[in-house]
Design a protein around this ligand. Structure first.
Ligand code: SAJ
Length: 432
């Protein structure tokens, strides 16, 4: 085993990545930047064609970084057979929830089938996709043994959760990684491989522990966001400014991490990941009450925001029905052009359901994307802003001119405390 660990620690081996999305592409580019030849595989021929032309679809990988990687060791392909050349294969495919919030394992299972077709002695196979504890043993190991190979004698199998936070400045190569093997030997080999990719590797005793660590990280966020969303509703009932309270509590230099209320919880991680744990817990006849309660509170936040907006209109003798409301920001979080699972869309749909006439202003999206959602795309000119009676700030991209919004729209509902965080005090702005 030591010679294998040595090989991964010292030699120039070849990395293989299955899935070149917001996790796999940064991993592949980082591997090349660490001096490793890398074969990036994706099932989408179109995505491969674009990547080969140096066009990146991932916000955290610039066209320049991609082109540089293509020049210095990255090959992209839609031919899975090329992965046989890789000494370590990193699986970075989607792991969404399917119908009735059950894990949709189809992408991981398809990747496992690809591995079964290319796996060979000497390889490390590492699953990175967020999933329920036990997946690596249940799905990846059988793909390897089914190909006639033996774990630890021929092939090493591990799990290492991705920790990408889209739009944040920390890059894949700078973030510590948790690694857990299906055995101690596989764990040691995987840790050696990952030490070539990231500055810090934290080895745990099993793949299941690594799978659970990822789910704990994101469940921690979902539950604390649920807590602050409930506190926001209570504070409003008590006529207390929740934002002032959070900022005050955050002055405590220990034992408190600030979370903030908002339109709800979006993205492809926080709303979904805790459900993997809840699903696996149910299989073990265990009730995950915190996860379930946070899910209830967070998924009700769009409705709560719509009610608060209705209250504000009412206080200004305006019915929701027929009022022209401008949605400011549809991404699931600031400075990211991604509206998957975005609570901002849910707020606007609820307002429309209550009879409002909706327009959308989000400069991170093309007009046709917004119009495909069923709403006119506003470019933010003074003339356009003046057409609306209320603006609702749902995602506070840095690109917005908040002064122009408050100067030209009579009423503003600010679900992100965007104005005060930018030291813009405005009489016509009401915070969540
Ligand atoms: N949100 C709140 N209040 C908060 C924090 C977030 O309402 O105090 C909302 C955001 O607006 C967003 C959602 O929750 O709609 C998720 O926010 P996020 O900051 O967790 O954003 P993600 O999902 O892009 O990134 C997360 C990572 N974020 C951070 O660590 C800061 C992390 O949870 C995971 O590493 C990553 O997803 C992942 O891929 O699992």
């Amino acid at each position: 085993m030591n010679d294998v660990v040595e090989r991964f620690e010292r030699e120039r081996w070849t990395a293989g990545v299955i899935g070149l999305g917001y996790v796999g592409l940064p991993l592949a580019v980082n591997a090349v930047n660490q001096g490793l030849r890398t074969i990036g595989f994706d099932v989408s021929a179109r995505r491969i064609e674009q990547l080969a032309a140096g066009v990146s679809h991932v916000g955290d990988v610039s066209g320049e970084a991609l082109s540089n990687a293509l020049r210095t060791g990255l090959e992209v392909t839609d031919d899975p057979a090329r992965l046989a050349e890789a000494d370590a294969v990193f699986i970075c495919v989607p792991s969404p929830l399917g119908r009735n919030r059950q894990p949709d394992m189809s992408y991981i299972e398809a990747a496992a089938a690809t591995v079964a077709g290319i796996v060979r002695p000497g390889q490390l196979i590492s699953l990175e996709s967020t999933t329920y504890p036990g997946t690596t043993e249940d799905v990846i190991v059988p793909a390897v043994t089914g190909a006639g190979l033996t774990i630890d004698r021929d092939v090493y199998v591990a799990f290492s959760p991705e920790r990408v936070s889209p739009g944040d400045e920390m890059k894949t190569g700078e973030i510590p990684k948790v690694v857990g093997g299906v055995s101690a030997v596989s764990g040691a080999v995987a840790a050696a491989a990952y030490r070539r990719l990231v500055p810090s590797v934290h080895l745990v005793s099993s793949a299941k522990a690594a799978e659970m660590a990822k789910l704990l990280e994101n469940t921690y966020r979902a539950v604390n966001i649920g807590l602050i969303n409930e506190m926001a509703q209570l504070a409003h009932e008590l006529d207390i400014d929740i934002w002032e309270v959070v900022n005050a509590a955050a002055t405590k230099p220990f034992g408190f991490q600030a979370f903030y209320p908002g339109p709800g919880v979006g993205g492809h991680c926080i709303p979904l990941d805790p459900q993997f744990l809840a699903w696996r817990a149910k299989e073990a006849k265990f009730a995950t009450r915190f996860i379930d309660l946070a899910e209830q509170v967070n998924t009700n936040m769009p409705n709560y925001n719509a009610s608060r907006i209705g209250e504000l209109l009412n206080a200004n003798s305006l019915p929701v029905r027929g009022t022209r409301i401008l949605g400011i920001g549809i991404s699931y979080k600031a400075n990211v052009a991604d509206d998957r699972e975005s609570a901002s869309l849910d707020v606007l749909r609820e307002l429309e359901h209550r009879g409002a006439s909706i327009g959308v202003f989000d400069p991170l999206f093309a007009a046709d994307h917004i119009e495909a959602l069923g709403w006119p795309a506003i470019k933010g000119t003074v003339e356009e802003l003046g057409r609306f009676q209320l603006a609702v700030v749902l995602t506070d991209h840095d690109a917005f001119d908040f002064e122009a919004i408050a100067d030209n729209v009579p009423l503003v509902f600010d679900a992100k405390d965007a104005f005060r965080r930018r030291r813009l005090a405005r009489e016509n702005v009401t915070v969540l």
